[in-house]
Design a protein around this ligand. Structure first.
Ligand SMILES: [Zn+2]
Length: 233
């Protein structure tokens, strides 16, 4: 009987829809996991960049400190020389040199101060980022764990549905089942059958010719939509 066979297909399609939805959910988990891990990677990258900035500033600082030290040595030596100068001219020249060196030291100290302020800011930023990373990691690990559990459940449910499906499929005529499968596999929505409502195919939403609608109503043979090939009922 055609109507019995159609009933089987409807039953089969119902299970296939469920399996399809669950599989989509499983697929979406992989995508979700990747996106969540990307968030961690982004934060880690930000921290790495901050650490690099910090290193650069600390090197600059060290350089300035060494420069200051060296100028301070120069001032000391110039002061010593002051005791041994023979002429006023030499004396004046030394005083000028000392004043110039001290001015350089003072400039370097200002620069050093700015670097120290920058260093402080970056250290603060780094601390905040590290805390954010810790929080994000915790949240994401929990979320992934939760999703993973859900996915495992889904996979078990899919297995059960597959078994159920196999049983129903075996009850349908082989040729009809093969036709059903052939159509289903070409459809993005995984649907091989379509209900006719108000003369319209429920699969592709095209208006069906009257003779097709009549044939479907008679239930004497399997009728397919001329547009989307789905089996009509
Ligand atoms: Zn159609």
């Amino acid at each position: 009987m055609i109507s019995e066979n159609i009933e089987k297909l409807i039953e089969l399609q119902k299970i296939d829809n469920e399996i399809f939805e669950k599989l989509e959910e499983v697929k979406s988990f992989d995508k979700k996991e990747k996106e969540l891990n990307k968030k961690i990677a982004e934060k880690e990258k930000e921290i790495k960049e901050t650490k690099n900035d910090l290193k650069k500033i600390q090197l600059d600082k060290k350089e300035k400190e060494l420069e200051i030290k060296s100028y301070e040595e120069t001032v000391k030596e110039l002061n010593k020389k002051l005791d041994n100068v023979k002429t006023n001219k030499e004396y004046e020249a030394l005083l000028i040199e000392i004043a110039n060196t001290k001015k350089k030291i003072s400039e370097l100290e200002d620069e050093l101060l700015l670097l120290m302020e920058k260093e402080d800011d970056i250290l603060k930023k780094e601390k905040i980022l590290e805390e954010e990373l810790k929080k994000i990691k915790e949240e994401i690990t929990n979320k992934i764990e939760e999703e993973r559990k859900k996915t495992e459940e889904l996979k078990k449910e899919i297995e059960l549905k597959e078994a159920e499906r196999k049983k129903i499929a075996e009850e349908a005529p082989v040729e009809l089942f093969q036709l059903y499968e052939k159509i289903r596999k070409t459809k993005k929505d995984n649907k091989a059958i379509a209900k006719v409502e108000d003369g319209i195919c429920g699969g592709c939403h095209m208006s069906l010719p009257t003779y097709i609608v009549e044939m479907v109503k008679k239930k004497e043979k399997i009728v397919q939509c001329e547009n989307c090939s789905r089996i009509l009922y």
